[in-house]
Write a protein that binds this ligand. Sequence first.
Ligand code: ZN
Length: 109
Amino acid sequence: MHELSITQSVVDAVCERAAGRPVRTVRLRVGALTAVVPDAMRFCFDLTTAGTVAEGALLEIDQPPGTAHCRACERDFTLTDLVLLCPCGSADVNITSGRELQIVSMRVG
Ligand SMILES: [Zn+2]
């Protein structure tokens, strides 16, 4: 379950930024191509925030689909899973988004 190590780094960053203030809400953007399962991540979040300033904080997860550009037909298309194939059948694609994992915002105090 790679969510645990990912979530641990998120929680570490959140707690550092909070600088001792209680954290109410954390909003993440997790691209679809990271293969992170939001429910698993919420479970790990509850585990890893226990005993920290982020304990009990609400975790909001945006999971935008990925996008890619096909070098064969020069088309941009949406990726909803890890199958990196253009609708034209080509695998010569360049991922342009979907692998990002960012803390979009957090509310403290
Ligand atoms: Zn194509």
